[in-house]
Design a protein around this ligand. Structure first.
Ligand code: HAM
Length: 420
């Protein structure tokens, strides 16, 4: 062990487990690539103001969880706590929205940073795969994104997840609801912090996890009863498109998200095997975000799925993602001459698309065979002194234990045919 450890709230992805994370990212990305989403990558940090304005000044993310720092040049930056605001910033900066092809559909995959209290499923460095569809107001687009997330989770074999769906209204109807909710909250016997939150962001109070607070909220007015006709119609259309596609969801009128940019459709994917950190993914519409960061009106919708929590969900359901064995052939040279010959053969196998590895460090037969076993290779090639003299190599089938001698010049053809 070195003097150093991974920082608190972080962990390393190490083989062989790291393969699961790649499999999850790939499973989430595949349906997106198949549906017109192009890959986008933005920096790991942005101007702090982008998140303050975009995610919201009163959110936990902005007030407590951002890693903010000042550069030597005097810029105030933040490690990204989420990527939606950054993606929109990038699209606006490159004028992608003016190319006349709306919506701009993009997907991303990468690290996020939040200074949270670490626990199982909640880390300070975590990873998301996300998708954003920018510049179109169409219930089918909201439905598309929910269907694609559902599809990727099903492709991974996940079953015990649920989709919670809500509408948060728009700039017409939400303020009316907000005022009504505030009136209601002011009449409750709440602690000072909560009352303050009620003044700044009353909807967030609905998300309070404390049972005694939840009890007082039983009769709180519901946004559902305040939605304007346009929001109601929009939401009904999203719902019926999902129903028509056989996507099962639950209406959750109390679903509020931890970011302030949402309007209308909001949803969360929750998994029942994860305890308190049950949200594996979430998203929704953010029709006002572009204007909040100085852009034109660009109604948009998107989601991000947490890679770490999705891996935990797989573990909770006992699912091993299909991960092909990394190595098919393991080569064991015994001696200098054998090393040169087998090294050339391994290089040739790799060029031909056969996954091959090599016993390095001049190991003896016993240690080398142990390494061959650990590699998971189906076949081992052993080239010793006597084999060299005869121009052959020993080919061992690690599954059956059967071993035969083949000509050194037949190695590549023989293995290609055996491995199909
Ligand atoms: P979010 O709900 O903050 O939304 O995060 C999405 C997912 O990231 C969560 O459901 C969870 O799986 C994962 N996640 C969040 N925080 C942590 C953490 N501390 N440790 C591990 N996993 C975590 C967003 O980030 C929005 N940008 C989603 C979006 C995209 N909305 C519209 N477009």
């Amino acid at each position: 062990m070195s003097t150093f450890k991974a920082p608190k709230g972080t962990y390393d992805l190490l083989p062989p487990d790291s393969a699961k994370y790649l499999a999850v990212r790939e499973a989430i990305a595949a349906p997106l690539r198949n549906s017109g989403y192009g890959y986008i990558e933005t920096p790991g940090f942005e101007n702090v103001e982008l998140f303050a304005r975009g995610v919201g000044e009163s959110t936990d993310i902005v007030t407590k969880e951002m890693y903010v720092f000042e550069t030597k040049g005097g810029d105030r930056l933040a490690l990204r706590p989420e990527t939606t605001a950054a993606v929109l910033r990038a699209v606006l900066e490159a004028n992608l929205h003016k190319a006349g092809n709306l919506p701009v559909k993009v997907w991303y995959s990468g690290s996020q940073y939040r200074y949270e209290r670490p626990q199982k499923g909640r880390y300070r460095h975590f990873s998301q795969v996300g998708a954003e569809a920018i510049g179109a107001e169409d219930p089918a687009l909201d439905a598309e994104l929910i269907i694609l997330a559902d599809q990727s989770y099903r492709a991974l074999g996940l079953r015990n997840f649920r989709i919670l769906l809500n509408s948060l209204g728009d700039k017409e109807c939400r303020p009316v609801y907000r005022a009504a909710l505030q009136d209601f909250l002011r009449g409750l016997d709440l602690d000072e912090d909560t009352l303050r939150r009620a003044e700044i962001n009353p909807l967030r109070v609905l998300d309070d996890k404390r049972p005694d607070v939840q009890k007082k909220l039983t009769d709180a007015p519901l946004l559902r009863d305040y939605l304007c006709d346009a929001c109601k119609a929009y939401h009904e259309e999203v719902r019926s498109l999902l129903v028509a596609q056989g996507v099962v969801f639950e209406d959750d009128t109390k679903l509020v998200r931890g970011l302030d940019y949402y309007t209308r459709t909001t949803f969360e994917f929750v998994h029942d095997g994860l305890g308190s950190q049950s949200a594996v993914g979430g998203g929704g519409r953010y029709d006002g975000l572009s204007e909040m960061i100085g852009g034109p009106s660009l109604p948009s919708v998107g989601w991000a799925l947490g890679v770490d929590r999705t891996v935990l969900a797989l573990e909770a359901e006992g699912i091993e993602p299909d991960i092909p064995s990394a190595t098919s052939v393991f080569a064991v040279p015994l001696g200098e001459e054998a090393r040169r010959i087998l090294f050339a053969k391994v290089t040739e196998l790799r060029k031909n698309g056969v996954a091959a590895d090599f016993s390095y460090g001049g190991k003896g037969l016993k240690a080398a065979m142990k390494a061959a076993n650990r590699s998971g290779a189906r076949y081992t090639l052993v080239l010793g002194e006597r084999d060299l003299a005869e121009g052959v190599v020993q080919l061992k089938d690690m599954e059956s234990g059967e071993q035969i001698a083949i000509g050194v010049n037949e190695i590549v053809a023989e293995l290609e045919s055996r491995l199909g």
